[in-house]
Design a protein around this ligand. Structure first.
Ligand SMILES: *Cc1c(COP(=O)(O)O)cnc(C)c1O
Length: 402
């Protein structure tokens, strides 16, 4: 038979357990850390039921449960709010979560939504496949065509959804005109500003009501976090905080911390990448092996004048080009351009490429791709912050093999 533990041993265990389980002592510090702290806590201690009640109702500022908010998310959302000169902003667990939050906050089973036919693939799936299962009606149109967009509006249209700059054709939306059209039937304009970032465009200033960005891309800029931003004005914010916490689209503290760090160099990165993009676009435009170049900064781009006016002379860091020849030409370029990794995302520090026909647009039929202007030889570049000579050298290496 096992011996009963003695009284002394029990006390020792209780003490050990207590020391292990209790929160560590706060160490008094005369100095402030120069870098923001990471607050991993999922829950905060309340001093009284009254305080808890007032914190949870929003009457007192502060945190109780991290799904409802935490310091790292707030530091990041505050910066993004300022960048967009928005009244409200929230950070979501991904760009798609931010888009889903905008949708569930503003749509129900009596709503109709008009979305751009060139939206990011998952965004189009959200609006055209997922939301109709909940009774939302959807019209898909070319939002670069104002007449087509206006024609698609109905009395129950609640949202018009477009992207500032589309992927991979880099078409530009006329945000002021779309906002006026949406408002004329009582709808809100939701703009996905991921490819532009506030460096190129602030859609709220042009009349948009809600802005979504995938912070995963250029905003964070280092391909190491997945996060999204939703911002807008107080009048279109009513349901957002409750919907975000209820659907569970809240971000993790460490991701927010990383994104805040990335964001601190956004202006430098975006400026350098945009300057490089202009050099690279001109280089490709003159190259004999290149059939077409899409870049809003080139005079032959269909939206060059709109982009010039709307973006104050900034055109972003994305370029799409189509090689002469067939799929082998693209395969050769991708294999030979060793300095430009094939990464189907965008906005990293270094120049990356993607092949839309086999990645972002692989679910479209060959015919729909051709109609959009996406061919087997179409390559999309996300230009990085190397020297412009290095970017051109990387392209030269690929083109030499075609
Ligand atoms: C990547 C992307 C998204 C989705 O963002 P995630 O952070 O990957 O969820 C939405 N829109 C555009 C334009 C994107 O490029």
């Amino acid at each position: 038979m096992a011996e009963e533990p003695s009284r002394l041993e029990l006390d020792k265990n209780i003490e050990l357990d207590n020391i292990c389980a209790r929160p560590p002592a706060t160490v008094p510090q005369p100095t402030e850390p120069a870098a923001p702290a990471i607050h991993l806590a999922s829950v905060y201690r309340c001093s009284s039921p009254d305080q808890a009640n007032r914190l949870l109702s929003g009457e007192l500022p502060g945190y109780v449960y991290s799904r409802d908010g935490h310091p790292n998310a707030e530091q990041l959302s505050e910066k993004c709010r300022e960048l967009h000169r928005a009244e409200r902003a929230t950070i979501c667990s991904s760009g798609m979560a931010a888009l889903a939050l905008a949708a569930v906050s503003h749509l129900d089973r009596s709503s109709h939504v008009v979305v751009g036919d060139q939206l990011y693939g998952r965004s189009l799936q959200l609006f055209a496949d997922e939301l109709p299962r909940f009774g939302v009606e959807v019209g898909v149109v070319d939002t670069c065509d104002l007449h087509a967009t206006t024609t698609a509006l109905r009395s129950n249209t609640r949202l018009v959804v477009t992207e500032t700059i589309t992927n991979p054709l880099l078409r530009v939306s006329d945000i002021a005109a779309l906002a006026a059209a949406a408002h004329s039937c009582g709808a809100l304009l939701l703009v996905d500003n991921t490819l532009a970032t506030p460096f190129v465009c602030r859609p709220l200033a042009l009349g948009a009501d809600l802005v979504v960005e995938s912070l995963t891309k250029l905003m964070s800029g280092h391909s190491d976090v997945l996060l999204g931003l939703l911002c807008g004005n107080a009048s279109s914010w009513q349901r957002c905080p409750q919907a975000q916490s209820t659907w569970g689209w809240s971000p993790g503290p460490f991701d927010c911390w990383l994104a805040l760090r990335g964001l601190s160099t956004l202006a430098l990165r975006a400026e350098r990448a945009a300057a490089n993009a202009l050099v690279a676009a001109r280089y490709l435009h003159e190259h004999a092996k290149v059939a077409r170049v899409e870049f809003p900064g080139l005079p032959d781009h269909p939206d060059h004048r709109l982009a010039g006016r709307q973006f104050d002379g900034r055109f972003g860091n994305m370029i799409t080009f189509t090689l002469r020849g067939g799929l082998t030409a693209a395969e050769r370029f991708i294999a030979a351009a060793r300095a430009i990794p094939f990464c189907p995302s965008l906005g990293d520090l270094s120049t990356t490429l993607s092949h839309p026909a086999s990645t972002s647009h692989r679910s479209l039929s060959e015919e729909s791709r051709q109609k959009l202007g996406i061919h087997d030889t179409t390559i999309r570049l996300s230009i990085g912050i190397e020297s412009s000579d290095a970017v051109v050298a990387g392209l030269e290496q690929g083109l030499a093999a075609v």
